[in-house]
Structure formats: structure tokens, C-alpha cells
Ligand binder design. Structure first.
Ligand code: SF4
Length: 212
């Protein structure tokens, strides 16, 4: 069973690699701190909207120190379009303060320390580990959860379970890119509530379409 799943995952990885050669994160950033902040803002918000907001935010604040001493009302006003702006602004300032006080101004390179940062959960931590530090990492976001369940790679909606199940079937070196490709595929083809199975390269490996 485990080997079958690994084999299936391998085919899915290969198909998606062909379909989306560039597995880029859709959040725009120029350094690890900016990626951390953009990811925090992306909770309950689209990446497109986050990218509009971060253009202004990153132009206004250049360093971790800038965020650490930011006027909270000003920070709130800029991030307001992303929703939950009060807690997001507070988290951004507090995480930058902690980066300075506890981590020498560097974004940590391990899960335990990343999870200590205010507002950082496993999804954000895995994005940093995969994109910044090129470690095996599964970002169990809405696309990864939905598509991997449709495909039959996972059988849970719980993000931690999905992360663990994908980790056990997907090659470590492919994990981070696969999640970016799930996002691209989820926007282009496997769209929520109206998946375009007739044109999907994953159809031969997909439980949803083959059990229908
Ligand atoms: S075959 Fe349909 S349900 Fe399966 S991954 Fe493709 S679009 Fe999604």
C-alpha cells in the first residue's frame, strides 16, 4: 500500500513538473523576513491582495529593526486590506522583535524555533523551511489539502495529518515544489467546486475522477 502510494505520488510529481516547470511561490518577497511577513498576511487573504499590500509595506519598512519599532497604528493601516489587520500587525511587530532578541536578527532554520515566533504556524514554518532553506517541507494549505484528498494521496482535512501523509509518500526533494504546483494546479485546473477533470493531466492517477 505504501509503495503504491509512493509510486502514485511519483507520477503526480512528474506530471505537475511538466505542467508547471517553475514552482515559484506566488507571494512576492526579496528576503526571508519579507517572506515571513507576506506569509503571515496571507492567512484568510488571497496572495494577489497580499502582493499589493506588501509593495507598500516593503517600501515603507526596510529592516527588521524598522518593523520592531513600527508605530502600530501605521502598520495596521497598511495591512488592513488583508483582513484581521490588528492581530496581523501586532504579530509582525512582535515577530521582528523576537527575531532581534532571540535569533540574532535571522529567520530560524528549524521548525521548533520558527514556531516560537508570534503568529507562525506549521504552514508558514514549512514555507520558510522549503523556500528559504531548501529543506523537505510540506505546506498544507487549502490547495494541497483539497487536491491531495481528491487524488487519494491523503484521507484527511487536518493540515498536520495531510503534512505527515504527503511526507511519507512524496520524495523529500520534491515536497516543497509539489506544494507550489498544487497551488498553480488548483487555480488553473483543479478549481474548487468545478474541477476541470477533462483536461487534467492528473486524471489517470486521481481517485475522485476514477471512482466517479
Ligand atoms: S482529475 Fe479532476 S479532481 Fe482529479 S486532480 Fe484533476 S481536476 Fe482535480
Amino acid at each position: 500500500m505504501k509503495d503504491k502510494l509512493k509510486d502514485k505520488a511519483k507520477h503526480i510529481v512528474e506530471e505537475l513538473k511538466r505542467e508547471y516547470p517553475d514552482a515559484l511561490c506566488s507571494l512576492e518577497s526579496e528576503n526571508p523576513v519579507e517572506l515571513l511577513i507576506a506569509t503571515r498576511l496571507s492567512a484568510q487573504c488571497t496572495d494577489a491582495r497580499v502582493n499589493i499590500v506588501t509593495r507598500e509595506l516593503f517600501a515603507r519598512y526596510k529592516t527588521i529593526e524598522d518593523y520592531a519599532v513600527a508605530d502600530i497604528a501605521e502598520l495596521e493601516a497598511i495591512v488592513r486590506p488583508c483582513g484581521f489587520y490588528k492581530v496581523k500587525a501586532q504579530n509582525i511587530r512582535d515577530m521582528c522583535r523576537m527575531l532581534l532578541s532571540d535569533f540574532g536578527g535571522e529567520v530560524p532554520d528549524n521548525m521548533d524555533d520558527l514556531l516560537k515566533l508570534p503568529g507562525v504556524g506549521r504552514k508558514t514554518a514549512n514555507l520558510i523551511l522549503g523556500d528559504v532553506y531548501k529543506r523537505p517541507a510540506i505546506v498544507a494549505d487549502t490547495h494541497a489539502i483539497r487536491i491531495s484528498n481528491l487524488l487519494g494521496l491523503c484521507n484527511s482535512k487536518d493540515p498536520v495529518k495531510v503534512e505527515m501523509q504527503l511526507k511519507s509518500s512524496v520524495e523529500p526533494s520534491e515536497q516543497s515544489d509539489l506544494c507550489h504546483r498544487f497551488v498553480l494546479h488548483g487555480r488553473a485546473v483543479c478549481v474548487a467546486r468545478r474541477p476541470k477533470c477533462g483536461v487534467c493531466v492528473l486524471a489517470p492517477y486521481c481517485d475522485y475522477v476514477n471512482q466517479a
